[in-house]
Ligand binder design. Structure first.
Ligand SMILES: [Zn+2]
Length: 266
């Protein structure tokens, strides 16, 4: 990421601690989704991607705080509790928006973590079952935005101007402990959106020169009104809807029978 000539670590797409949040991979409530596929496989995806300094940058920049405050197997969920105890900024139809300055909420860490996940998914070559994620898959931020996000992650540039980061925190008492791979990128009316989920949280990234004000108004960073974070049942509703469809067709033995994908060398 820093483009310096340094030894690379065996980097994990998902921080190792996320696997600890999914304490029982056999439980139907614990699964991973991505590129239209659902699996109980929690094979840790890794690649030689980052140097140890960049690993630590990701760790202290967001990972450590986010994972400590996400939903834990014990049921503790500090981030949700902090929002529930705070005064809302505005109550909307399906969610409640809170100021990014709410006590117990480190929005900078949430935004940094989300950006690091989108970026590392897009630049690495990650496989799960028969699917490629990242460079050879469907996840692509585009060269211009990829570079802007990289400089932001390095601390050499502010968060990209033509990017919107949206953070949703589950308002369920017992949220789904599920993980989805960062995916998206389909161009729609002058912007692209990407998303991923981890236990109790859902993150969106929208990129483009023509992002509507209605979306900019949700942003956790460059928000013209107030930096926001949302408490909502949305992440769980999304998961429920998605998995209800996929569970019906899931053959748990199918994944192991699939041929290993051919890797396009670059
Ligand atoms: Zn580095």
């Amino acid at each position: 990421m820093c483009l310096l000539v340094r030894p690379l670590c065996d980097s994990h797409l998902w921080p190792r601690q996320i696997y600890a949040l999914l304490h029982d991979p056999g439980d139907p409530k614990h699964f991973t989704l991505g590129n239209g596929r659902l699996t109980h496989t929690m094979k840790q995806m890794h690649e030689y991607l980052l140097c140890d300094e960049c690993e630590e940058r990701f760790n202290s920049g967001g990972e450590r705080w986010v994972l400590a405050n996400a939903l834990h197997p014990s049921g503790s969920f500090h981030l949700r509790d902090a929002l529930r105890a705070a005064k809302p900024f505005v109550t909307l139809e399906a969610s409640v928006a809170y100021s990014g300055h709410t006590s117990g909420v480190d929005l900078d860490k949430l935004v940094y973590f989300a950006a690091s996940m989108f970026w590392r998914t897009s630049v690495g070559m990650w496989t799960l079952a028969d699917r490629w994620f990242g460079r050879d898959g469907k996840m692509n931020l585009g060269s211009r935005y990829s570079e802007e996000v990289r400089l932001y992650l390095l601390g050499k540039a502010p968060f990209p101007r033509n990017a919107v980061s949206v953070v949703y925190v589950s308002d369920e008492d017992a949220p789904h402990a599920s993980v989805t791979f960062a995916a998206g990128g389909r161009q729609k009316e002058g912007h692209c959106s990407y998303s991923f989920q981890l236990p109790g949280l859902m993150f969106f990234l929208v990129l483009g020169q023509h992002i509507p004000d209605t979306i900019r108004g949700l942003c956790a960073v460059n928000n013209p009104v107030q930096r926001l974070v949302f408490l909502t049942k949305f992440p769980d509703e999304f998961t429920r809807r998605w998995t209800a469809e996929k569970m019906a067709t899931l053959d748990p033995t199918a994944l192991s029978k699939l041929p290993y994908p051919k890797r396009n060398r670059q």
